[in-house]
Design a protein around this ligand. Structure first.
Ligand code: IMP
Ligand code: MG
Length: 182
């Protein structure tokens, strides 16, 4: 992969790994004696989740959901389409939703209502990036947050631009010509 695609490295691999280990220690402490179910939101959360759970010292189960926004017209309604639902029954379970980035918060807000209706024992969120978005309409309660980042489009460590760059070990912004080229 060419190295001339990025504009700025927002979070280095070392910064991310250090923070992921800290988050995992917090989770391990908070859920002591329990077997939480980590629910990764495909596909962006996969890289973060894979690293996070390997630092967690508890028995932990993994499940996944895939969602997609209905598009711009319904952005304000926050309606998302469930492309893949959970395989596990979450009633009474300690569910920890793992997300890559909280942008408008609409996706997560919808998911929390959707999952909350299934009566989990507890339902919390662990997000890698929380964008400092002016005028975010929805304030989803986030228990674990990796980094507060500026409201810029970023890629890497699971986050994509047109499905590319998810495998970068760091988080970066792209050069404007990269957007124009694709
Ligand atoms: P929200 O409902 O606006 O919070 O949408 C969050 C989703 O939008 C994430 O799960 C990502 O798929 C996508 N997204 C938001 N910001 C970025 C970004 O900076 N880079 C890549 N994907 C992003
Ligand atoms: Mg995406």
């Amino acid at each position: 992969m060419k190295e001339d695609f990025y504009e700025e490295i927002v979070l280095s691999s070392e910064q991310i790994q250090d923070r992921v280990a800290e988050l995992a220690a917090e989770v391990s402490r908070d859920y002591a004696g329990k077997t939480p179910l980590a629910v990764g939101i495909l596909r962006g959360a996969v890289v973060f989740m894979a690293d996070l759970v390997r630092h967690i010292t508890l028995p932990i189960e993994l499940d996944f959901m895939a969602v997609s926004s209905y598009g711009k017209a319904t952005k304000t309604s926050g309606v998302v389409r469930i492309l893949k639902d959970l395989d596990e029954d979450i009633k009474g379970r300690d569910v920890l939703v793992i997300e890559d980035v909280l942008d408008t918060g609409l996706t997560l807000d919808y998911l929390m209502k959707y999952l909350g209706a299934r009566e989990p024992g507890s339902l919390e969120v662990c997000v890698l990036l929380n964008k400092q978005l002016a005028g975010r309409e929805i304030d989803t309660k986030i228990k674990y947050c990796g980094f507060e980042v500026p409201d810029k489009f970023v890629v890497g460590y699971g986050l994509d631009f047109k499905e590319h760059y998810r495998n970068l070990p760091y988080v970066c912004t792209l050069k404007p010509e990269v957007y124009r080229a694709q």
